[in-house]
Write a protein that binds this ligand. Structure first.
Ligand code: ADP
Ligand code: MG
Length: 252
């Protein structure tokens, strides 16, 4: 199963991606976490995995990638996607592993004025098109903030979309967009309400489609402190266990 985790900046996408990755590992899945957010710098710290060299840099950076794209007519294999991959068979140089979780980075912005992140979108799509995910494997994609990745067609290559909604009006509006675009892509869309307490949750319920809400994650001081200190998220939350059980039962 390929799961896209999306939502507005700061809503908790990276946090929820890591917690679900750990939860699905506990469920017995072989888990690959894909960092598709070109501005994320610390996902490896949250995941407790060493920092791998990103795919784009393996391909000679954006410049080298664009040149290779210009030279190829069809979906570019770029010389690294010559064979189809599974979570298990991704060549070791592209991935870092710890605690049974693999981490792969698509690409990062390195320099002032280097240009837009469109090549990262193309590379995300190429990667997701090239990976076969077996029944006991799962790929979790931590996307960049907002909904540009929908425009890039990333969700079309996923099985499940999870929108992370924090208590802001901006998030409610984004949830509507995510629902509409997910539906258009023909994909199952679910929501995780994040950073809630009872009072906030009651307010949020008015703005979200209850049937699609699969978890309500409390504002958790331990989670916040781990992020502040750049430490691995090892919190075990019953709500996350429930989400992972729900995802397992989808049998995708
Ligand atoms: N359930 C939570 N409880 C407390 N803090 C949270 C929770 N979820 C996320 N955060 C905090 O919110 C901030 C943004 O989270 P992050 O996962 O980086 O968001 P995003 O990836 O969507 O930008 C971080 O400081 C993180 O620790
Ligand atoms: Mg993030």
């Amino acid at each position: 199963m390929k799961i896209s985790i999306c939502g507005k900046g700061g809503s908790g996408k990276s946090t929820i991606s890591v917690l679900i990755a750990r939860g699905l590992k506990k469920e017995g899945y072989d888990v690959l976490l894909v960092d598709a957010d070109e501005s994320n710098l610390g996902l490896h710290r949250l995941a407790g995995v060493p920092l791998p060299k990103n795919l784009m840099d393996h391909l000679g950076g954006k410049k080298g990638f664009k040149e290779k794209m210009a030279a190829s007519k069809s979906l570019p294999s770029q010389g690294i996607f010559d064979e189809r991959w599974s979570v298990e068979s991704i060549p070791e140089q592209y991935i870092a592993r710890a605690d049974g979780i693999g981490l792969l980075l698509i690409g990062k912005i390195h320099d002032f004025g280097e240009g837009c992140a469109c090549p990262m979108g193309v590379l995300s799509r190429t990667f997701l098109s090239n990976i076969d995910v077996a029944e006991n494997e799962t790929v979790i994609i931590d996307t960049e903030a907002g909904i540009e990745h929908f425009g890039r067609g990333i969700e079309g290559l996923c099985d499940v979309i999870i929108g992370v909604i924090d208590p802001t009006f901006e998030s409610f509006m984004m949830a509507e967009k995510i629902s509409a675009m997910g539906e258009k892509a023909g994909k199952a869309v679910f929501f995780v309400l994040n950073k809630v307490d009872e009072q906030i949750e009651a307010m949020m319920a008015e703005h979200t489609d209850r049937e699609k809400v699969i978890a309500r994650i409390p504002q958790d001081h331990g989670i916040f402190m781990k992020s502040l200190e750049g430490e691995a998220l090892t919190e075990e939350l019953s709500e996350i266990d429930r989400v992972c059980g729900f995802l397992r039962d989808l049998e995708i």
